[in-house]
Design a binder for this molecule. Structure first.
Ligand code: IMP
Ligand code: MG
Length: 368
C-alpha cells in the first residue's frame, strides 16, 4: 500500500499486465496506420508514458503533437474542460490518433474531438490505455482500449492523484478507508459529551475520551498511568509521547472497531501528526475533524446556569469560564489549520436542541 497526499492506494494492475495491454494496442494501431503517416495527438500529462510506448512500436512514418486539457480535481471529474495548451501546428487533412491515458466520463474526449472538427482533420480515432465503461456518458466509440476497468480511481504509469503517482510502474487503486475515525471538538458546554454518546451508538464507534483514558490509567496504575502521574505530580505537562502511547493502547485494545471518536485529542500539531502516522501504519486515517461551533456568550450563560446546580466551582466564575474558552479557541485554531490543510475540517452549528445538533452532525458523519 502507498500513500499519496491524504489517500491510500493499493496495487491493482501489474507492470506486466500493463505491458501486455499496451502491446495489444500498439499492434492494432501499427496494422491500421503504418501506411497512413498519422499524427499521434497526445493528451498531456497522463498519456505520455502510454504514448511513448506505443509510438516506439510504430513502424511507419508518423508525427506527434500534444494537447493539454484539464478536467479532474482530486479524484472527481469536474465536468468542465479547459484547454491549457492547444494543438500546434495545424492538423488539417491529417489522420489523427488521439492518445489518452484513461477515458472516464468522456468529457475530455468530447472536447478534444470538437477541437479536431474545427481543425478539419481527415479522420480521427481514439486510443486509450484505460476505459471505465460504467462511467462513460458519450456515444463516441473508443477505438483502441488497453484495459476496461470498474469505476475505481487509479494512479500509476502516467496517471496521477493531484500531481503524484505518475512515476509508479504498476497501477494502484484508491483504497476506501474501512474505519470512520473522527476528531470531535467543541468548546466547554457545547454538549460534546452528550453528542458523542449518541453518535457512538448510531455509528457503532468507540468513544475515546482522553480525560477518561488518563483517569483509568492512573487509577489502575498501569505503566503509562504511573509515568503520566510522575509528570503531573511534579507539576509538569505530560509529554505528547506518553499521551499518544495511552491512546494507541486504547485503539489496539479495540481491534475490529468500526472506528473511533477522538475526544480531547489531539490538542497540538505534533499530536495530530503522531495520530496520522499511527493510523496510516494501520492503513487508516482521520476522516475529519468535526467541531461544534457555538457563540461564546451563549455558552457562558449556559455554563453559569449549570454552575448554579452542579456546584462545580469552575462553572460559577465568569472570568474562569472565559479563560477556558480562550484556551479552547487557541487550541482549536491550530488544529483547524492542520485539518483544513487536508480539507478535513467540518464546522457544525452547535446552537439548537440536542436532536437538532445530532442531526447536523449525522449529515457530516454520513459523508465519511
Ligand atoms: P473524463 O473527461 O471524465 O473522461 O476524464 C478523463 C481524464 O480524467 C483523464 O485524461 C485523466 O486525466 C483523468 N482521470 C479519469 N479517471 C482517472 C483515474 O482513475 N485516475 C487518474 N486520472 C483520471
Ligand atoms: Mg488526462
Amino acid at each position: 500500500m502507498i500513500q499519496l497526499h491524504d489517500l491510500f492506494f493499493k496495487k491493482f494492475i501489474s507492470e506486466t499486465e500493463i505491458n501486455l495491454a499496451v502491446n495489444g494496442v500498439a499492434v492494432q494501431i501499427n496494422d491500421d496506420y503504418k501506411k497512413k503517416s498519422p499524427v499521434f495527438l497526445i493528451v498531456l500529462n497522463g498519456a505520455f508514458f502510454f504514448a511513448s510506448d506505443i509510438i516506439k512500436k510504430f513502424d511507419g512514418n508518423c508525427e506527434m503533437c500534444f494537447i493539454k486539457v484539464a478536467s479532474y480535481e482530486g479524484t472527481q471529474s469536474s465536468g468542465e474542460i479547459s484547454t491549457v495548451m492547444g494543438v500546434e501546428p495545424s492538423l488539417k487533412g491529417r489522420d489523427v490518433i488521439i492518445v489518452e491515458d484513461i477515458v472516464d466520463t468522456g468529457n475530455t474526449i468530447e472536447a478534444i474531438i470538437e477541437i479536431l472538427r474545427q481543425e478539419e482533420v481527415k479522420s480521427y480515432r481514439i486510443a486509450s490505455l484505460f476505459y471505465k465503461p460504467k462511467a462513460y456518458t458519450k456515444d463516441q466509440k473508443i477505438d483502441y482500449v488497453g484495459l476496461e476497468i470498474e469505476n475505481d480511481f487509479i494512479v500509476g504509469y502516467g496517471l496521477d492523484y493531484n500531481g503524484l503517482g505518475r512515476n509508479l510502474n504498476d497501477i494502484y487503486k484508491l483504497k476506501q478507508l474501512k474505519m470512520k475515525n473522527i476528531v470531535l471538538f467543541g468548546p466547554p458546554g457545547a454538549g460534546k459529551g452528550t453528542q458523542a454518546e449518541v453518535l457512538k451508538e448510531k455509528y457503532q464507534l468507540v468513544h475515546i475520551s482522553t480525560g477518561d483514558v488518563f483517569r483509568y490509567n492512573i487509577k489502575n496504575e498501569t505503566e503509562l498511568g504511573i509515568l503520566a502521574k510522575s509528570f503531573m505530580d511534579n507539576g509538569d505537562l505530560v509529554p505528547d509521547e506518553v499521551t499518544i502511547d495511552m491512546l494507541k493502547a486504547e485503539v489496539v485494545k479495540n481491534k475490529g472497531a468500526k472506528g473511533f471518536i477522538f475526544d480531547g485529542f489531539p490538542r497540538t500539531n505534533s499530536q495530530a501528526k503522531a495520530l496520522d502516522m499511527f493510523l496510516s501504519d494501520m492503513g487508516e486515517g482521520i476522516n475529519g475533524m468535526v467541531a461544534l461551533e457555538v457563540p461564546e456568550d451563549l455558552l457562558v450563560a449556559r455554563l453559569l446556569k449549570r454552575g448554579e446546580t452542579s456546584g462545580r466551582p469552575d462553572d460559577q466564575d465568569e472570568s474562569k469560564i472565559r479563560n477556558r474558552f480562550n484556551e479552547y479557541e487557541t487550541k482549536t485554531a491550530i488544529l483547524k489549520d492542520y485539518y483544513e490543510a487536508q480539507e478535513k475540517y467540518y464546522g457544525v452549528d452547535g446552537v439548537g436542541s440536542i436532536e437538532e445538533i445530532t442531526e447536523r452532525l449525522c449529515v457530516v458523519f454520513d459523508t465519511f
